[in-house]
Unconditional design. Sequence first.
Length: 299
Amino acid sequence: MAVVMVGSMAFDTIHTPTASRERVLGGACVYASIACSYFDRTHIVGVVGDDFKDENLKVLKDHKIDIGGVKRMAGKSFFWEGRYNADMKTRDTIKTELNVFEQFDPVMPESFKYVPYLFLANIDPDLQLKVLNSMQKLKFSMVDTMNLWISIKKEKLTEVFSKVDCVVLNDEEIRLFTGKDNILQGAKEIQAIGPRYVIIKKGEHGAALAAPGSYFSLPSYPVDSVVDPTGAGDSFGGAFIGYLSKANKTDVTSLKKAVAYGNTVASFTVEDFSVDRLKNLTRRDIDKRMKKIKKMVRF
Ligand code: AMP
């Protein structure tokens, strides 16, 4: 099958307690699409400025990602700057410059509308809804978001949630959206809006899947040194949907396996800055680490 994804394409400046990187390639759609490309055909919709160089697009082209839905506009690309705390988990946003992303109006190439798998990465829920409504043959759709949209566009976001199969959130976002401290109760409240599945991303503690009548939880792969956690969640989402698309299965057993692949690919992403580790993987590397995870959790 194939996947369409929509989201930010960016330059990030990242500070960790021990190092910084200026204006490196980032954005939810960039991380997610590279992760997805290790599994299946990936088509992306996004916007970049005229500062987005051919070499940046080449990273995507090298992974055979279809950039037919990427619009180049006059002006600067989306820019985000963040600083990680000593725990290498929590972070402060120092700067968000929307630039051309402010005028982002996702226009889907005609052929994209018939792709069966959709990942709506973190963008304005109004735009997520527009994309969702333009899809003609969806088999599985999932959505990610962030605290900003939960705070200022909750009603629209709720409408998006009601129309997708799967919602991917981190534990804090579930608490913010539902007001529930108990994550399982929060996930159930979201399921009641419509999506069959809720995935709870828990950073270094892995991820969980709430499905009708079942709950599945998997730890993350323990990496020796986390260099830059940026994009781990997006890589998780990309690998998750890429696996489902390739298998062309959306039953709960396949979703559990997809969670494991999501964890595996995200564990590579955090081993270096930007997409530096993620972009240099092979499917063999991923499968090898996946086997180690399997061994790790078997008892
Ligand atoms: P993650 O670490 O998975 O939350 O993803 C971080 C990526 O999201 C970075 O590469 C940023 O460029 C991108 N990002 C940060 N803020 C926003 C935002 N407001 N809208 C869309 N993408 C964002």
